[in-house]
Write a protein that binds this ligand. Structure first.
Ligand code: GLN
Length: 551
């Protein structure tokens, strides 16, 4: 039987439930347990695919093509278990499922209600995800007391009763430090637990976010008021050496032992966190430093590019390179020119959608190409690189993506349906067509051409990477771009779609149609990011990157 660990939050949001859950899962995994994680999100969107990164942070894409909450990204960076559609469920999806059943007549004339029908659907989703694992950690989005979260809390309360000793509730709260009084305050925590208990959930463990360690006295006081044993009141201090230190911090306080004891888990032994210590050591003791300019649209919203900023940092770990990320609004480049790019060691254009800021990205890419600054273009950043090359090297000044100009004479990037017609003629989008309907989503395999930067960097002939886009490199322009020197170094397995482009006459210039940031992890890194960051360092030191020098 799988053990269930429910993680709730109180007092305020953004206490780091996702990171705490992921870190605990990492510790348990190091004790030989098979662990999975799940995020239950109380909002009504069926998935976050339609939500603006401004509001909700990045949309994380899993290998099976689910568009999910960014917490699943944290999960995959911390544990070996891979996430999928089953690991992220929203209120919208639950209602969608229940309403579909109701329309099919599955409820046989019954009145369909929040309890038991919605709660049963939630429980079924949790059990489906948990099946086959020793431990499933289930994180509830939002904070206790939110109206939207009620059905989820009721469902986990019921599961708690059904699973008995095989269920555990961990609650994250805040212990604020009030400067004027020079005191930490435990009252918000007391109230938050009271709220949780009023709906029938007694937490087993309290994880208290605080600036200073919770004193023995305070722990006893919290224990007294909340019915949680003092040793299960854990202080979660801010990680001074970055997020990958959290597993160590939680382990030092005995969190994994509490969980293992309470659930009666059989482990292979004590936690072994050497991997994580190594990661933190490499981040702390760096020998070099590079600055990467990230030219995008939501660059001041740190969560909008969460996986990407993590992947860039991972890219420096092998050679202990500190990676500074300079966020640049592409619209500022449109207004003020490329001066802001002058002292960068490398330039990256991430994925994106829509017209705003596109020209600024093209300008940045032109700068990188002409000045031989290492460049990595991801998805939109690859498409923009193709546009830039078509315009300034192939002599097609009006080249652009049909996402921006549906009637351009040179749609070098377009919807497959626009350029794939039987006659081989290039069709541009008609006025009334929509955005293409379906996106290409999730993991797909890609063939790499021999003797290319891509092939050298990956060290493999076939790779698998995740997609999230509608538009594609227009095959009618393959020859033109190739004739002018662009190398199409990666193609889909059936060779119908271009996946990677690169420039041979450049220290390191590569654009990929997929999102490598979703598969980078601190322990393993990702070849493209490692290659890119090491190329930035090589160029900074006046050398040619190893992969390029050997071509
Ligand atoms: N907007 C582009 C497309 O839909 C790129 C998407 C992306 O960068 N994720 O194809």
């Amino acid at each position: 039987m799988t053990s269930l660990v429910f993680v709730t939050g109180g007092v305020v949001s953004s206490l780091g439930k996702g990171l705490s859950s992921a870190s605990l899962a990492a510790i348990l995994e190091s004790r030989g347990l098979k662990v999975t994680l799940m995020k239950l999100d109380p909002y009504i969107n069926v998935d976050p695919g339609t939500m603006s990164p401004f509001q909700h942070g990045e949309v994380y894409v899993t290998d099976d093509g689910a568009e999910t909450d960014l917490d699943l990204g944290h999960y995959e960076r911390f544990v070996r278990t891979r996430m999928g559609q089953v690991n992220n469920v929203t209120t919208g999806r639950i209602y969608n499922n229940v309403i579909a059943k109701e329309r099919r007549g599955d409820y046989l004339g019954g009145t369909v209600q929040v309890i038991p029908h919605i709660t049963d659907e939630i429980k079924a989703c949790v059990e489906r995800c948990a099946e086959g694992y020793d431990v499933a950690m289930i994180e509830i989005g939002g904070t206790v007391g939110d109206i939207e979260a009620m059905p989820f809390l009721e469902a986990i309360r019921q599961l708690g009763v059904e699973y008995g000793d095989k269920a555990l509730f961990m609650h994250l709260t805040l212990i604020p430090f009030i400067k004027a009084a020079n005191e930490t305050k435990t009252k918000p925590t007391q109230h938050s637990v009271k709220e949780l208990r009023s709906i029938g959930i007694q937490p087993d463990i309290l994880l208290c976010r605080c600036e200073n360690e919770v004193s023995e006295d305070e722990r006893r006081k919290i224990a007294l008021f909340t019915n949680v044993p003092a040793k299960a009141v854990i202080s979660a201090l801010d990680a001074r050496h970055g997020i990958y230190e959290i597993p160590m911090l939680l382990h030092e306080q005995g969190l994994d032992d509490l969980v293992v004891e309470k659930l009666g888990l059989e482990t292979t032994g004590p936690a072994n966190l050497d991997d994580w210590r190594e990661v933190v050591d490499r981040m702390e003791h760096t020998r070099h430093e590079v600055t990467v300019g990230m030219v995008g649209k939501y660059v001041n919203h740190s969560d909008a590019y969460k996986s990407l900023t993590e992947a860039l940092v991972h890219g420096g770990l092998r050679h202990r390179i500190k990676v500074n990320i300079r966020a640049l609004e592409s619209e500022d480049i449109e207004r003020e020119g490329v001066d802001a790019l002058k002292d960068l060691d490398a330039i990256l254009v991430p994925g994106g959608f829509g017209e705003r800021g596109f020209e600024g990205k093209v300008q940045a890419i032109r700068y990188a190409r002409e000045n031989k600054v290492p460049y990595l273009g991801i998805c939109y950043g690859m498409q923009a690189a193709v546009v830039e090359y078509a315009r300034h090297v192939c002599g097609l000044p009006e080249a652009i993506s049909t996402e921006i100009s549906p009637h351009t004479p040179d749609p070098v990037i377009g919807l497959i349906t626009e350029w794939l017609d039987a006659s081989g003629k290039v069709e541009t989008r008609s006025e009334d067509s929509d955005l293409g309907g379906t996106m290409r989503l999730g993991g797909q395999r890609c063939k790499l051409l021999p003797d290319t930067l891509a092939r050298r960097t990956y060290g493999e002939d076939v790779i698998r990477e995740r997609h999230r886009h509608r538009f594609e490199f227009n095959n009618h322009y393959r020859d033109t771009l190739r004739e002018h020197g662009m190398v199409l170094s990666g193609v889909s397995m059936d060779e119908t779609l271009v996946e990677i482009v690169e420039l041979p006459d450049h220290p390191w210039f590569l654009g990929c149609q997929f999102h490598p940031e979703f598969t980078s992890s601190p322990r393993d890194g990702h070849p493209l990011f490692t290659g890119f960051i090491e190329a930035a360092l090589a160029c900074q030191q006046g050398e040619l990157p190893a992969e390029v020098a050997s071509l």
